[in-house]
Design a protein around this ligand. Structure first.
Ligand code: PEP
Ligand code: MN
Length: 263
């Protein structure tokens, strides 16, 4: 059902008026983890000032180590919702447990399914059973075909509002946290009718590569870019090495103007 052969025209996903897939460039920006109201609000203010609608933040964090910060859970979603309402933004946040899906509906506008859960089939089914848009990330070592099949799990349950997100894959290369598979973007655009975004933060894992990676993503035809921004990355509870601070984010957006499409 996600195949372009079945549906030649692009799917456009309406998220509180933001129409992802309409040919314009869309941004999903916010901290890696929700840490406090003040932290999210500071980022939201900057996001809003740039005309960006989609605010991200992790409340349920799928951390590699059980000893790392696991997120604020429901309290994190409540903070996101409060800030989003104040700034008229839409919330993108990851859900890791099918049992949380219903409860999360009150707080989230876009359900993120993270790389580590791309083949959590019960979670995919649960996301397929709700009406909210889903931002589905490519698995750590998933082939494009496996990625497309994961989206098929969601759409086959009746939810076709899916944004695919390339976030880098595991290779032998150690210079970056993951290897951004930039060619996945046009392949996914050719093979499916779904919008495709690129997460520059988790694919590179390097602050100095965020801007060139975003330029490449937009030049190759991505519908949007995801990036993490924190008021003080040095003290961030997760991904301290690659989140942008607000002045850097200002420059990032300015530099991307020429690469962004605004019809
Ligand atoms: C995230 O976006 O918060 C995240 C954990 O990314 P990924 O699932 O791509 O690692
Ligand atoms: Mn992160």
């Amino acid at each position: 059902l996600v195949s372009r052969k079945k549906k030649p025209e692009d799917t456009i996903i309406d998220i509180k008026g933001e129409k992802v897939g309409d040919g314009n460039t869309h941004y999903v920006v916010g901290p890696c983890s929700v840490e406090s109201y003040e932290q999210v609000a500071e980022v939201a203010k900057s996001v809003k000032s740039k005309g960006i609608k989609l605010l991200r933040g992790g409340a349920f964090k799928p951390r590699t180590s059980p000893y790392d910060f696991q997120g604020l859970g429901l309290e994190g979603l409540q903070i996101l919702k409060k800030v989003a309402d104040e700034y008229d933004l839409a919330v993108v946040s990851e859900i890791v447990n099918p049992a949380h899906m219903e409860e999360a509906m009150d707080y989230i506008d876009v359900i993120q399914i993270g790389a580590r859960n791309m083949q959590n089939f019960e979670l995919l089914k649960a996301a397929g059973d709700v009406k909210k848009p889903v931002l589905l990330k490519r698995g750590l070592s998933a082939t494009i075909s496996e990625f497309i099949n994961a989206a098929e799990y969601i759409i086959s349950r009746g939810n076709g509002n899916i944004i695919l997100c390339e976030r880098g894959i595991r290779t032998y290369e150690k210079a970056t946290r993951n290897t951004l598979d930039i060619s996945a973007v046009p392949i996914l655009k050719q093979e499916t009718h779904l919008p495709v975004m690129v997460d520059v933060t988790h694919s590179t894992g390097r602050r100095d590569l965020l801007l060139p990676a975003a330029k490449a993503a937009l030049a190759i035809g991505a519908d949007g870019v995801m990036a993490e921004v924190h008021p003080d990355p040095a003290v961030a509870l997760s991904d301290a090495a690659q989140q942008m601070d607000i002045p850097m984010f200002d420059t990032f957006m300015k530099e991307l103007e020429a690469f962004s499409t605004r019809k």
